[in-house]
Write a protein that binds this ligand. Structure first.
Ligand code: F6R
Length: 258
């Protein structure tokens, strides 16, 4: 697990955009696993700028999103399909047909989950999976207690997550309480993983993810078992890490060596 601690949110966004750009420029057919929520928005803006300024092309890429709410249609403004279209896809050259998001309004969610897994396999697996982290340490919508080898399936959202995400919904709007999400086992099969987190409200989750024991109660701690995962965070999110200085020393060494 590589831990990269940067001063500001903007540096975290630039680092993650450069990381994704590198993956796309070294493999124009890259299969990207993407996330929604507030954490990746600044990174997506930088990718859009790189597309506009430096002709970074996503034409031959394929994407698979982590999750989608159950109970709202893909054309609903609150769906993760619309989030991705607005925050990224409509500003870059990726054909929408290459972008995959679980269909949370399917009448057969179990079948939809299986097809999603099959589709990921048919594309040869995910090359780079981008993740945010919930304050309760969830990744995707794998809430505390999720099996560390779980696959794409329906999950009920915890009260913590419903409360945290209520900031995106108007009081009169329907807020979903379940989602179709890639499982932790699905996520761990990605060749590379990049998790981003900023702000002190994520500090405890990051502490469990990086330095806690591996436990289903802290789903992101499963990333400790992945051979190529990078955790990129700002100083506020890093404040509870015991080995903070060591991670910074390691990153300095990596920079000098490259
Ligand atoms: C989003 C997702 C979630 C979020 C997490 C953090 O697709 O799977 O795990 O990454 O809830 O959300 P933010 O970034 O809004 O704090």
């Amino acid at each position: 697990m590589k831990v990269v601690i940067l001063k500001t949110e903007d540096e975290v966004a630039q680092y993650s955009a450069d990381f994704i750009s590198h993956s796309v420029t070294t493999n124009k057919n890259a299969v990207l696993g993407l996330a929604t929520g507030s954490s990746p928005i600044a990174c997506y803006q930088k990718l859009i700028q790189a597309h506009q300024r430096a002709q970074l092309s996503f034409k031959h890429c394929t994407t698979f999103n982590l999750d989608e709410y159950i109970g709202i249609c893909p054309d609903n403004d609150q769906s993760y399909r619309q989030f991705m279209n607005e925050q990224l896809y409509k500003h870059i050259d990726i054909p929408l047909l290459n972008t995959h998001i679980p269909n949370g309004s399917s009448s057969d969610l179990e079948h939809e989950a299986k097809c999603y897994e099959d589709k990921i396999k048919a594309f040869g697996g995910i090359d780079l999976q981008l993740l945010g982290i919930g304050r309760n340490c969830h990744i995707g919508f794998n809430e505390p207690g999720s099996s560390l080898s779980s696959r794409t399936r329906v999950k009920s959202l915890s009260n913590d997550t419903i409360l945290a995400n209520s900031r995106f919904f108007k009081p009169e709007e329907f807020q979903p309480s379940s989602a179709l999400t890639m499982g932790i086992g699905t996520i761990l099969e990605a060749k590379k993983i990049l998790l981003i987190a900023t702000g002190e409200q994520k500090a405890l989750a990051i502490k469990h993810c990086v330095e806690g024991p591996i436990s289903a109660f802290f789903p992101a701690s499963a990333l400790q078992q992945h051979a190529d995962s990078t955790i990129v965070i700002d100083e506020a999110a890093a404040q509870l890490l015991s080995s903070r200085d060591y991670y910074m020393l390691e990153e300095d060494r990596r920079k000098q060596a490259s």
